[in-house]
Design a protein around this ligand. Structure first.
Ligand code: UDX
Length: 448
């Protein structure tokens, strides 16, 4: 469980917080603020999710989240409310953590942000600070301010701020309570003072900027991390063509402190609900403002090509895929989470199904969610609760998410259970020579 510091500010009475939207960002934010000693109201338009939270069940898996939910329902510092009006009217600071999903053209859909902004506008008669925490394209916070003004609230009694989240799934609670930095986009000293007070218990650099700069920091951060990943995957492609070893290239690059080793792990690419969505939204908003964002288009193209390349590698070992039995170990977009949104592992599995392969699937956490993207079909698509069952009689086994338990698998036992010992490693979990010594035909990413 994530080690949670007990932070003990003396919360000032005139700050009462409301969090609108209790998803991966909102619920962690609400419980993280409660853990810091703030009194937090929470609300969400999804009544099922709200009921689950009120019943004390975290609606998704995050290390440390269930413990915080238990603790702060009990302490009374976290109070989930069904009614948005009530939640807004009782708070002096409202954190907007609603979804900003992507449209088909990549543009961020800000309709949830706008509708909450209009609710805020119609219900205030004293000071309110509205904080945009959802990841939104630059100028969105300015639009929230215009919307609040336009739909009924005078500008002098409301402030808008942007306080982007930098939470990684699988470590979100830890990341919230131990941030590398806090970014505060504000327009007034009053807003700045309130946010500095709210985050006073957290010991990290606090960067105060204007609204647009704060929004750009968030998008640019995710775009840069995605660029690092696509860069090393591009290099991995050249390593495959020349027999070089991309893990050694990453090590060599990473020893330069200007580059840094992290986010240089070659594999089947980046997924999740942030990187793919954020680089499309960032590229779109840049192009709307007449800026050439082709660098990010290339980052996305490289990433989308990972799945095809990996399938081609498998085909070069298996020949025909049709009718073959392929075991897939790992479906989550990354280890430590049950989230399969934009997961490259699921994308590989679905392509194999389209090519006629029979799938035997296993993931320690994400199987339940993968079923909605890749429904079970007896004899064609089957889910197992044990990796050794999944590999039984398989003509190939693929490891597509680097869950720690896969590094501990008894590969000798796996080989005996398989019909043909072909092992495809989409996340470079294993050492090629030791796997081949066991008798596997092995391939991975960017390595001989
Ligand atoms: C990311 C950012 O890290 C976080 O700061 C932001 O707030 C939200 O988006 P997250 O999407 O949860 O967090 O996961 P992350 O750990 O960043 O990984 C994203 C994807 O990149 C995963 O699919 C992962 O497998 C992939 N990845 C990561 C690589 O392929 N190679 C790497 O070296 C690192």
């Amino acid at each position: 469980m994530t080690q949670i510091k007990t932070l003990d500010p003396s919360p000032s009475a005139d700050i009462s917080v409301s969090v609108v939207g209790l998803g991966h960002v909102g619920l962690v934010t609400a419980l993280g603020l409660a853990e810091m000693g703030w009194r937090v109201l929470g609300t969400d338009q999804d009544s099922r999710k709200l009921e689950s939270i009120k019943a004390g069940e975290a609606p998704f898996y995050e290390p440390g989240l269930q413990e915080l939910l238990d603790k702060h329902l009990d302490s009374g510092l976290f109070n989930p409310l069904a009614d948005l009006d009530d939640s807004i009217s009782r708070a002096s600071v409202v954190f907007l953590c609603v979804g900003t999903p992507q449209r088909s053209n990549g543009e961020a859909d800000l309709s949830q942000l706008e509708s909450v902004a209009r609710s805020v506008a119609q219900r205030r008669n004293d000071y309110l600070l509205v904080v945009e925490k959802s990841t939104a394209p630059v100028t969105s916070a300015q639009w929230i301010g215009r919307t609040v003004e336009r739909y009924g609230h005078s500008k002098d009694r409301i402030d808008i701020a942007c306080n982007p989240e930098f939470l990684r799934e699988g470590t979100a609670v830890h990341d919230f309570l131990n941030p590398d930095r806090i970014v505060l986009g504000v327009e007034t000293d009053r807003a700045k003072d309130i946010l500095l007070q709210i985050y006073a218990p957290l010991d990290c650099p606090k960067l105060v900027t204007d609204l647009n700069t704060a929004e750009l920091i968030k998008h640019a951060s995710n775009a840069f991390l995605s660029t690092k990943i696509s860069f090393i995957n591009m290099v991995a492609n050249l390593c495959e063509a020349t027999g070089a070893d991309v893990t050694k290239v990453s090590e060599g690059l990473g020893l330069d402190p200007r580059i840094g080793r992290s986010f240089l792990n070659a594999g089947i690419g980046f997924g999740g609900y942030c990187f793919p969505k954020d680089i499309r939204a960032f590229a779109h908003i840049g192009e709307v403002h007449g800026v050439n964002m082709s660098l990010l288009r290339a980052v996305e193209d490289i990433n989308l090509d990972r799945v095809e390349r990996f399938i081609a590698r498998l085909r070069s070992h298996l020949w025909m895929l049709n009718g073959k039995t392929v075991a897939v170990l790992g479906l989550a977009f990354k280890p430590g989470t049950d989230d399969v949104r934009e997961s490259p592992a699921v994308a590989v599995a679905r392509r194999l199904r389209e090519d006629g392969a029979n799938l035997r699937l296993y993931d320690p956490q994400a199987g339940i969610h993968a079923r909605s993207l890749l429904p079970a079909e007896p004899g064609r698509v089957e889910y197992f609760d044990d990796p050794y069952k999944a590999v039984q009689q398989a003509d190939a086994a693929l490891v597509l998410t680097e869950w720690p338990e896969f590094a501990e698998l008894d590969l000798g036992r796996v080989k005996k259970l398989m019909r043909v010992p072909i092992l495809g490693d989409g996340r470079n979990v294993y050492d090629p020579s030791s796997v081949r010594k066991l008798g596997f035909e092995y391939f991975s990413v960017g390595r001989p």
